[in-house]
Design a protein around this ligand. Structure first.
Ligand code: C2E
Ligand code: MG
Ligand code: MG
Ligand code: MG
Length: 296
């Protein structure tokens, strides 16, 4: 009986795996078509100075509306794009979109910077740096108004394969951010060698530092404070992401994170809502923010 049950379970498992494989295959093909037709879009989430609540920039976030499956989140399709290499053409497509929009919106907010997320596979693609710089030239976006966000996964494959590209972009004046800092592969010594301008502390740290349980909150606040200090010791601008409550905003501010981003301030906006948003908010320059931050 046990044997039969075991086999039955294996059958259910196989069927489920087969279905998942089919879905994955279907998504991969649909993604390829969507990229060919340039159907992926970007949502834009603003970054705020925590002191003054002025907007300094936007982060572009990929969006995919699948014809039958509806809205598919980037956490689902970006990994597929990475594994298939589709991230390279997709990344350039989205970069162009974001730069074009940034140039347009800078007429409303002259200091505005534009953040774009970059996967390791893109950094390793031949001519990545050249393409980025060409896109800046073609669109007219000043290099220091483009912010490229990379994650600690750049450390996983050996730094030699990505460090020269980052250095080249850094030297060209492009702003570089280490995103989701603290959950990945980076060591503090690696951090000091990385040519970057800012650290975006992974939202899990801010969330656990505002835990309902005081003992836990206190311990995690100490950890968060140490991360912020490490960043400031390296003259990096500190960004707190995932701010959902006023308490989280105040905590980030009290720890002297210069910038904040999160649903508490503003959820990601559709492209057609950004101009209206910018015309009703105050803006400032991130460079100013950097100067202010470094005076601390
Ligand atoms: P990320 O770069 O860390 O982006 C922040 C994510 O957190 C976004 O999710 C954003 O919508 C979400 N978020 C912002 N504020 C809050 C908040 O207060 N609470 C919560 N719970 N979430 C918040 P999204 O748009 O789903 O993107 C997920 C991830 O997908 C991004 O994380 C990024 O790693 C990746 N991604 C998105 N667009 C691109 C892209 O164009 N290229 C690449 N390579 N990766 C991308
Ligand atoms: Mg990001
Ligand atoms: Mg992040
Ligand atoms: Mg993330």
């Amino acid at each position: 009986a046990a044997k039969t049950r075991g086999r039955g379970r294996a059958c259910v498992f196989d069927a489920q795996m087969e279905q998942e494989t089919r879905l994955r295959f279907e998504l991969e093909n649909a993604l390829r078509v969507a990229i060919e037709r340039e159907q992926l879009t970007l949502a834009y989430q603003p970054l705020f100075l925590l002191e003054s609540r002025a907007v300094v920039g936007l982060e572009a976030l990929a969006r995919w509306q699948h014809p039958t499956h509806g809205n598919i989140p980037p956490d689902q399709f970006i990994p597929i794009a990475e594994e298939t290499g589709l991230i390279v053409p997709l990344g350039f497509q989205l970069l162009r979109q974001a730069c074009h929009c940034a140039v347009r919106w800078r007429q409303l907010a002259p200091h505005l910077s534009m953040g774009v997320n970059i996967s390791v596979a893109q950094l390793q693609a031949p001519h990545f740096t050249r393409e980025v710089l060409a896109t800046l030239e073609q669109t007219g976006l000043p290099p220091d108004k483009l912010v490229l966000e990379v994650t600690e996964s750049i450390f996983a494959l050996g730094r030699e394969s990505v460090l020269p590209q980052l250095q080249e972009l850094y030297d060209a004046g492009v702003a570089l951010v280490l995103d989701d800092f603290g959950i990945g592969y980076s060591s503090l010594s690696a951090l000091s060698e990385l040519p970057i301008h800012a650290l975006k502390i992974d939202r899990s740290f801010l969330w656990s530092a505002t835990d309902a349980l005081p003992v836990r909150a206190q311990r995690n606040q100490a950890l968060l404070r140490a991360m912020v200090s490490a960043g400031q010791a390296l003259d990096l601008l500190i960004v707190a992401e995932g701010i959902e409550t006023a308490a989280q905003r105040e905590l980030a501010r009290s720890m002297r994170c210069a910038l904040g981003q999160g649903y508490h301030f503003q959820r990601p906006l559709a492209e057609h809502d950004v101009a209206a948003f910018l015309s009703t908010t105050t803006h400032a320059s991130a460079t100013e923010a950097l100067r202010t931050a470094l005076r601390w």
